[in-house]
Design a protein around this ligand. Structure first.
Ligand code: AMP
Length: 282
C-alpha cells in the first residue's frame, strides 16, 4: 500500500492509473478503523481495480468540540489493517491539504431540509462540514465509485445531493451496516464506551428492531415513544430522536402504508458517547 500525505503525488499516480483504464474505488473515513470500514474496502476491491482509503478527522463536521478532541486516533493500527485488507492507497492528509484556504466555506450546499432534520437538527453545521471534506476529497481523487455505509443513512443522502448538485462523475455505492454479534452497529466511537456502557449499548438496536417488528400493528407515535423509553431505561442518558421516516427523503411518516419505503432511525447518548443507528423497514 502506498501512503500519501499530500495531494499532488497522489493525483499523479491516479492520473496514470486512469490513463491505463483502471477503475478507482474510494472509501473516505475518519480512521479508528473497524470491520465496518473494512467491509467497504472489500466491496471496492470486488468492483474496482484500485482501492483507496482516506483517513482524516475532519474538524468542520464536529459541532461538539469535546467530541472532536476525544475522537479516537489509532493510525498505526489503521495502517496495519489497511495493509492486511489489500487496500492499494491510503491518503492521510494534513489539515492544509484539505483546507488550503482555511476552514470557512463560501460554497452553498443545496441540501434542502436534510440540513434541518434529525442529525442536521441535533448537529448544526455537521452536514456542511461533511460536504466540505467530501467535496474536496472527490475533487482531488475523482474516483469512479465512492463507498459509504448505510449506518450513516442521512449522510449518504447528503452525499447523493452533493454529487447531483455539482454533477460529479462518481457513483455512490451504499453498503449495509456491519454489526457486532449482539447487534450493536460497529462505530469508531464504540471504543469510547466503558464495559458497562458497551453491554447496555445494544438497547438502540433492540429498540429499532422492536419498531420494525411492530410497524404494521402499532401507532407510530406510541412505537417511537416506547422505543425511546426502552433506550432510556437501559442505561442511555438522553435520546435525541427515534423517528420513522420515508427512506427516500427522510420525511416523517405517521401511519403505516405498505407502499412507502420506511426507515427507523435513532440517536442517543450513553457514557457521554453519542451513538446513531437505523434499520430499513421496507
Ligand atoms: P467514519 O470513519 O465514521 O466517518 O466512517 C467512514 C465510512 O464508514 C462511512 O461511510 C460510514 O458510514 C462507514 N461505516 C461506519 N460504520 C460502519 C458500519 N458499522 N458498517 C458499514 N459501514 C460503516
Amino acid at each position: 500500500m502506498i501512503l500519501y500525505k499530500t495531494a499532488l503525488p497522489l493525483q499523479q499516480n491516479l492520473a496514470f492509473q486512469k490513463q491505463n483504464g483502471k477503475i478507482i474505488g474510494f472509501i473516505p473515513t475518519m480512521g479508528a478503523l473497524h470491520n465496518g470500514h473494512l467491509s467497504l474496502i472489500e466491496k471496492s476491491k470486488l468492483q474496482c481495480d484500485i482501492t483507496m482509503c482516506s483517513i482524516f478527522v475532519n474538524p468542520t463536521q464536529f459541532n461538539d468540540k469535546t467530541d472532536f478532541e476525544k475522537y479516537p486516533v489509532t493510525i498505526e493500527k489503521d495502517i496495519q489493517l489497511l495493509e492486511k485488507s489489500g487496500a492499494d492507497i491510503l491518503f492521510y492528509p494534513v489539515l492544509e491539504e484539505i483546507y488550503p484556504h482555511g476552514l470557512q466555506t463560501y460554497e452553498q450546499y443545496a441540501l434542502g431540509n436534510l440540513e434541518n432534520i434529525l442529525e442536521g437538527y441535533y448537529r448544526p453545521g455537521h452536514f456542511k462540514g461533511v460536504c466540505q471534506v467530501v467535496h474536496r476529497l472527490l475533487n482531488i481523487i475523482m474516483p469512479d465509485k465512492i463507498f459509504m455505509g448505510q449506518k450513516d443513512f442521512q449522510q449518504c443522502m447528503v452525499i447523493k445531493k452533493l454529487i447531483e448538485q455539482f454533477n460529479i462523475k462518481t457513483k455512490l455505492e451504499i453498503e449495509p451496516t456491519l454489526r457486532e454479534t449482539d447487534g450493536l452497529a460497529m462505530s469508531s466511537r464504540n471504543q469510547r464506551l466503558n464495559e458497562d456502557a458497551r453491554k447496555k449499548s445494544t438497547a438502540i438496536f433492540k429498540a429499532l428492531s422492536f419498531v420494525k417488528e411492530n410497524i404494521t400493528t402499532t401507532n407510530f407515535t406510541s412505537l417511537t415513544q416506547q422505543a425511546a423509553d426502552y433506550i432510556l431505561s437501559n442505561g442511555f442518558t438522553k435520546v435525541d430522536y427515534v423517528a420513522i421516516c420515508n427512506a427516500d427523503n427522510l420525511e416523517t411518516v405517521n401511519t403505516y402504508n405498505k407502499d412507502l419505503p420506511l426507515v427507523v432511525l435513532a440517536a442517543a447518548f450513553i457514557n457521554n458517547v453519542r451513538l446513531i443507528d437505523n434499520l430499513i423497514i421496507q
